[in-house]
Design a protein around this ligand. Structure first.
Ligand code: IMP
Ligand code: MG
Length: 185
């Protein structure tokens, strides 16, 4: 008989919350205020990167006042990496439905790590000649950056830990958690 040395959950353990629902909510409100104060009087197209940014974007735009002229659209991309490491080569699975030439665009992403994904995506967006292209990320693993990317609005800078919840996943799981937690591999 083989000794039972296996862990009951072979892949991972959900660790402690890095950011609570309340902390995230407060931070998202501040980001929304900052975006609105810097972009008021203009029309803003907020482009969320599916699937990770969907919860963050939904909360962010709902904290913007009714008078603020905001539209939303989504892009779905797949990165040719595995779940935890990006390759930086991005394939567009679903493009935005709007023409962005001459418009103010805010790309919303859940997390920036090496920067490869966002950098690749921004290069594609720049070829479409927006008037302004800004970026908003909820989480920034600054110490992992491999290519320089302009992050205009950032929720939290975090250390090099793998996180899930509030839209972020590991292998498609845990996007639905209301808080952000570290995964212990
Ligand atoms: P980058 O290209 O290295 O900047 O990676 C960005 C992408 O990697 C994000 O859009 C996420 O899909 C994924 N990613 C990086 N770190 C994490 C993490 O800690 N949790 C969940 N996804 C992550
Ligand atoms: Mg993602």
């Amino acid at each position: 008989m083989v000794a039972n040395t296996e862990r009951t959950d072979p892949d991972y353990k959900i660790g402690k919350a890095l950011f609570s629902e309340k902390e995230i909510g407060d931070r998202v409100q501040l980001l929304a205020n900052k975006i609105v104060s810097e972009m008021s009087g203009r029309d803003l197209l907020v482009v969320g990167i599916l699937n990770g940014a969907v919860i963050f974007l939904s909360d962010l735009v709902r904290r913007m006042p009714a008078e603020f002229n905001v539209k939303i659209d989504f892009m779905s991309i797949s990165s040719y990496g595995n779940a935890a490491k990006s390759s930086g080569v991005v394939r567009i699975l679903k493009d935005i439905g709007s023409d962005i030439e001459g418009r103010d665009v805010l790309v919303v992403e859940d997390i920036i790590d090496t920067g490869l994904t966002l950098s690749y995506l921004l290069n594609i967006m720049y070829t479409r000649k927006p008037a302004h292209l800004r970026t908003c990320v909820l989480l920034d693993k600054q110490e992992k950056r491999e290519v320089a990317v302009k992050v205009d609005y950032c929720g939290f800078v975090i250390p090099d830990v793998f996180v899930v919840g509030y839209g972020l996943d590991y292998g498609g799981k845990w996007r639905h958690l209301p808080d952000i937690r570290a995964v212990d591999f």
